[in-house]
Design a protein around this ligand. Structure first.
Ligand code: GSH
Length: 265
């Protein structure tokens, strides 16, 4: 039976897993999780993943709730060689370092940059957040100083996670090719990999969503009426008001309906 992947196409970590599966030629059963409907907070999903994040992989008895861990597992279990996640201790340490960088800094900066547009009616990424993103690009440029790929001379799962994050971040804070020529060339190299095409539908959806957010009329993040609704003492902030857009349904399985909840990030 094919491993099951709970995911949504707009999500960079979900797309990183799709890239890995595609690179390995593994078939996955995809189940769409509609974050805007709160499907990730439904009891049946929380049983699988108490962190209420996508992606989640189920492979028989094994449940994995982080894209980086999923990718490492898929290579170890399903690949005939270790190229994408080397067994060599030093090489693996470098790949792991990049994966942790994605979790702690790069993908995190995507969350920070996307949240004001998606959930706070902002038309743009706040300058301070954009600066943090540019700082993250600077680190990536340094990673590529001596290497063609993010963790050495060969493509690894580190490239998949970082590329899923950077191509998404690029929609919000474009990568300046003059400031970051190595990152630009690496993105180009990544996009030329045949299996990387699986990143594109979700990325195109993201571009559409961001375009709509940036095009909307000025709207203060907290109107007077809105402020009145926040009862700080009771912490009764209604997150439903923050849902500004809907994740587009994926042509796959879905967990079904659910109540809208707020910022999925
Ligand atoms: N470190 C996690 C991050 C996953 C993550 O934060 N996914 C977002 C979507 S891109 C999510 O599920 N957000 C919903 C939530 O946090 O409630 C991974 O790599 O899988």
């Amino acid at each position: 039976m094919a491993p099951i992947l709970y995911m949504t196409l707009l999500s960079p970590p979900s797309r990183a897993v799709l890239i890995t599966a595609q690179a390995l030629g593994i078939e996955l059963e995809l189940k769409n999780v509609d974050l805007a409907k709160g499907e990730h907070r439904r009891p049946e999903y929380l049983q699988l993943n108490p962190l209420h994040t996508v992606p989640t992989l189920i492979d028989g008895e094994t449940i994995i709730t982080d894209s980086h861990a999923i990718n490492a597992y898929l290579v170890r279990k399903y690949s005939s060689d270790d190229k994408l996640y080397p067994r060599d201790h030093s090489k693996r340490a470098l790949v792991d370092q990049r994966l942790h960088f994605d979790t702690g800094i790069l993908f995190n900066s995507f969350r920070n940059a996307a949240a004001p547009l998606f959930y706070r009616k902002s038309k743009e990424v706040p300058q301070e957040t954009a600066n943090q993103v540019v700082e993250a690009y600077r680190f990536l440029e340094a990673f590529l100083e001596k290497n063609k790929w993010m963790a050495g001379g060969e493509v690894t799962i580190a490239d998949f996670s970082l590329a899923a994050s950077v191509t998404s971040l690029d929609v919000l804070v474009p990568v300046d090719s003059l400031l970051f020529p190595k990152v630009t060339a690496w993105m180009q190299r990544f996009q030329e990999l045949s299996y990387a095409k699986v990143n594109e539908p979700g990325l195109n959806d993201l571009k559409e969503v961001v375009k709509k957010c940036m095009a909307r009329g000025p709207s203060p993040s907290l109107t007077a009426a809105r402020v009145k609704k926040i009862d700080l003492a009771a912490s009764s902030f209604d997150p439903g008001d923050r849902v500004l857009w809907r994740w587009r349904p994926f042509h796959g399985h879905s967990l079904g309906g659910g109540q809208a909840v707020g910022d999925p990030y």
